[in-house]
Design a protein around this ligand. Structure first.
Ligand SMILES: *[C@@H]1O[C@H](CO)[C@@H](O)[C@H](O)[C@H]1NC(C)=O
Ligand SMILES: *[C@@H]1O[C@H](CO)[C@@H](O)[C@H](O)[C@H]1NC(C)=O
Ligand SMILES: *[C@@H]1O[C@H](CO)[C@@H](O)[C@H](O)[C@H]1NC(C)=O
Ligand SMILES: *[C@@H]1O[C@H](CO)[C@@H](O)[C@H](O)[C@H]1NC(C)=O
Ligand SMILES: CC(=O)N[C@H]1CO[C@H](CO)[C@@H](O)[C@@H]1O
Ligand SMILES: CC(=O)N[C@H]1CO[C@H](CO)[C@@H](O)[C@@H]1O
Length: 496
């Protein structure tokens, strides 16, 4: 009993000490690389204000051909999104989920890739709850999955009509947290989309399984050492060798430990050195020496609308207050204004995803979500095209999955191998075992975490989206072969 308590105490203390260590490390880093004391010039400030106005002023086009929209959830909170389509029209529907510390505006570079089928496809870039122009939630637990389920169903209702239903497919594209959530939806709410396209973030159940496997082997080897330390001395270094990938991943995830410190620490980390943390996220975002990197644009994308933009509203056209379910005159929700006024609060919100368990808490679906998903499943199985008929996620759950978190929808994973936050041994190795039919994993060996942003990786993601979701999309026998045409050296990791 007492030893259990001491063990728990020891784990707690090491957890927070490591968080505190990383917190200090970040501050030292900001000071060392000069961002901490760097003051913005008048021109920087002007550029920031312009970028914020361009991205978040509701009367403007956030991107060429795109407009701002809101979707009100059953809990009365609003999600903000931008889309190239006002109403339902022919063409597939692609919904984009961004990550941390980003917003829907992170897709701006990808949307302008020449390969992207902007003319033929409905693109919906949504801000995750608590980010960009979407309302904050009290907690970022499985409520986020509920909200996304409701949102995707809402978008399908809004942009797909009964006439176009047969020929229209829905896609969910996710990066970073959007990818973590995408894996969960593909496993637990697979009927939401016909295909998931996911990039650079862990499948949480796989990462936990990899961690347990590594710890298991290391402790077995260590036991041999303990039994006869003299004769089996080499086992000590062997155990450390086995543990190495886990230690590397723990170091890479140091920031997550820092996000678990008391609120005052996290809030300070968010704004210290005038947002050094968010600015620092660029080191990897664009790649070394990129000419595309605009720090003020990145800041405007990460921080969302400011108090100015919260005063704007979606313009009414010809005095109509509603067009196809879009209410005109709508503006950002009250919690968006709170975040605009307090960037510390905004950072606390964004980091809530790491604390509140949306990645791993068991999701007991609401009755509404179950009903919505069931309706999607039955309509898909009634649809004539056999390719759409899939094993149902509801009936499937009656049988034990081979792995906890197995994916039930076709999934295409495209992964920058030099990811700065997710190491391959923990986050990627073994992912093939979780894939369902008609799925594939492509590795981009020269790219890092920001696949949708980095200049050399972007075209690879764009071509995959174009071939899956563009006009006249047909089954692609091997996507990696197609990707190799725009990304020399792309590697097929797994295919099912
Ligand atoms: C801090 O950064 C913001 C956003 O980039 C900028 O508007 C502001 O002027 C900066 N403040 C200082 C003191 O440099
Ligand atoms: C938003 O943009 C409009 C032009 O479309 C401009 O007149 C207005 O001043 C802007 N609003 C704010 C609060 O910046
Ligand atoms: C607004 O009115 C103009 C002129 O009467 C018309 O051409 C246009 O289609 C209308 N727009 C909408 C969205 O109804
Ligand atoms: C996010 O911010 C809002 C508004 O400032 C606050 O009410 C809410 O509790 C915060 N949520 C989390 C999980 O931090
Ligand atoms: C891995 C290893 O070297 N194990 C050795 C530990 O010591 C016992 C007893 O001498 C050996 O039988 C094992 O081979
Ligand atoms: C790679 C890159 O663009 N790095 C930039 C990130 O931001 C800092 C601070 O604003 C710049 O000094 C770097 O050049």
């Amino acid at each position: 009993m007492a030893s259990g308590l001491i063990g728990l105490l020891f784990r707690r203390v090491s957890f927070y000490s490591f968080g505190l260590f990383n917190w200090c490390l970040f501050l030292v880093l900001f000071v060392k690389n000069g961002t901490f004391f760097k003051k913005d010039t008048e021109q920087d400030k002007l550029q920031f204000a312009i970028a914020r106005d361009n991205f978040w002023n509701l009367t403007k086009a956030p991107l060429p051909g795109f407009k701002h929209y809101f979707y009100t959830l059953r809990n009365d909170l609003k999600l903000h999104y931008s889309s190239n389509r006002e109403k339902a029209s022919r063409g597939n529907l692609v919904i984009f989920l961004h990550g941390f510390p980003d917003s829907s505006m992170m897709w701006r570079h990808l949307m302008q890739e020449p390969a992207m089928p902007v003319q033929d496809t409905t693109f919906v870039c949504v801000d995750l709850p608590g980010y960009g122009g979407s309302d904050s939630f009290k907690k970022f637990d499985t409520e986020v999955l509920e909200a996304l389920t409701e949102f995707v169903v809402g978008m399908r209702d809004r942009y797909i009509t009964a006439e176009t239903f047969e020929e229209t497919s829905t896609f969910i594209v996710g990066h970073d947290w959007g990818c973590v959530l995408g894996f969960r939806l593909a496993a637990e709410a697979s009927s939401l989309a016909d295909r998931f396209i996911l990039t650079n973030a862990p499948h949480v159940e796989l990462a936990f399984a990899n961690k347990d496997r590594i710890l298991g082997s290391a402790s077995k080897i260590f036991k041999q050492f303990k039994e006869s330390p003299k004769r089996n001395f080499s086992c000590l270094s062997k155990a450390l060798h086995v543990l190495k990938p886990l230690m590397v991943q723990t170091m890479l995830m140091g920031y997550i430990f820092a996000f678990h410190l008391p609120a005052a620490f996290v809030r300070y980390l968010g704004v210290a050195g005038n947002f050094s943390f968010i600015r620092g996220a660029n080191w990897s975002g664009y790649g070394k020496g990129s000419k595309e990197y605009r720090v003020q644009e990145c800041m405007a994308s990460s921080l969302g609308p400011g108090p100015e933009e919260c005063r704007t509203s979606i313009p009414a056209v010809n005095g109509t207050t509603e067009i196809n379910g879009h209410r005109m005159g709508e503006t950002y929700g009250p919690t968006v204004l709170q975040r605009a006024k307090s960037p510390q609060e905004a950072f606390w919100n964004m980091t809530g995803y790491y604390r509140d368990g949306v990645g791993w808490s068991p999701w007991a679906k609401s009755l509404e979500a179950i009903t919505d998903l069931y309706a999607l499943e039955t309509s898909a199985s009634e649809s004539s095209s056999p390719g759409r008929r899939r094993s149902s996620s509801i009936s499937n759950s009656l049988f034990a999955d081979q792995h906890k978190g197995s994916l039930h929808a076709p999934t295409y994973v495209i992964w920058g191998e030099k990811d700065q936050a997710c190491s391959r041994p923990l986050c990627l190795d073994g992912l093939g075992d979780y894939l369902g039919k008609d799925s594939e994993i492509t590795i981009l060996p020269r790219s890092g975490h920001w696949t949708p942003v980095q200049k050399d990786a972007r075209p690879a993601l764009a071509i995959a989206i174009a071939l899956f979701a563009g006009r006249d999309a047909k089954p692609v026998p091997k996507m990696t072969t197609e990707v190799q045409k725009v990304y020399d050296g792309a590697v097929l990791m797994a295919k099912k």
